[in-house]
Design a protein around this ligand. Structure first.
Ligand SMILES: [Mg+2]
Length: 278
């Protein structure tokens, strides 16, 4: 197996017209900026470099995320931030889902994503057409999950269609010194329960939109107009695999949560380059 070349941020700026950054583990942790990010973003802004942040987060609108970055001295405009939540708009348009009644699990900004996409957000316990998991936080967890599970079983038993939508496919996230469960872990609970009750129904799975799936990279392509982009991320399973699958070069940065034994990584998760830090 060939060794992976180590690169520098300057080489990447010189080589690629467009740079894509993961957010958590690359630019920032949960509430602190990572070393080098402030200087790098200021420098990119100064030379008018085209870059986007691709984040699987669906708990904050791009405007909210931009404000949080500003509080960390990172000046990144909302239209440079592509969240998995914002992919709902195109998904709803492509699938003609306007007016879809959605039970939305997540905080206020997650609800706004569904409303912006044209969905009608209904409370857990009301009749619905779809379950959308925006985030693991922002709702009474077990009560809501039990209600959603009960209603899903009832609807499916009655032969009704349900659509399951998961903008953020992350299973876990780094939280301070530890880790937390992210929204895909919640989806797995429901998928496991559905599989138990309807073993023959392979279709009862959540549609996944964020990294490593195609939709978020397709949105970056739409905004940049070029495939000559490089993705800088800290997770092999999302950032690196997603970029590779979409045909983009990828850079694994050493500041996030990946365990960096690349010798055992499958080919689809091998980055084009490694980068020690920003
Ligand atoms: Mg990350």
């Amino acid at each position: 197996m060939t060794s992976i070349k180590e690169t520098t941020i300057q080489e990447l700026i010189d080589r690629y017209p467009v740079i894509l950054f993961d957010s958590f583990g690359v630019l920032a942790s949960s509430n602190a900026v990572l070393p080098g990010a402030v200087e790098l973003i200021a420098g990119l802004n100064r030379i008018d470099k085209t870059y986007f942040v691709l984040t699987n987060d669906a708990s904050a609108l791009p405007e909210s995320r931009s404000q949080k970055y500003a509080n960390l001295a990172l000046t990144i405009q909302p239209d440079q931030i592509i969240t998995s939540g914002s992919l709902l708009t195109r998904y709803f348009a492509d699938e003609k889902l306007q007016g879809l009644r959605c039970v939305m699990l997540g905080p206020e900004d997650s609800v706004k994503y569904v409303e912006h996409a044209g969905g009608e957000v209904v409370p857990a316990g009301a009749d619905f057409d779809a379950v959308v998991i925006g985030d693991q936080a922002g709702f009474p967890f077990l009560e809501t999950m039990d209600q959603v599970l009960t209603d899903l079983f009832r609807k499916i038993d009655n032969g009704q269609d349900v659509r399951l939508i998961l903008p953020n496919p992350d299973l876990i996230y780094p939280d301070g010194d530890g880790f937390g469960f992210a929204s895909a872990s919640i989806a797995l609970m429901l998928e496991s329960a559905l599989k138990l009750r309807y073993p023959e129904r392979g279709d009862l799975r959540f549609i996944r939109l964020g990294k490593p799936h195609e939709a978020i990279f397709a949105e970056a392509l739409r905004r940049s107009g070029t495939r000559d982009m490089v993705m800088i991320g800290d997770q092999l399973e999302t950032d690196i695999k997603g970029a590779n699958d979409f045909g983009l070069d990828s850079v694994l940065v050493g500041t996030g949560i990946a365990v960096h034994d690349l010798s055992s990584a499958p080919e689809a998760m091998r980055p084009t380059y490694t980068l020690r830090s920003l």
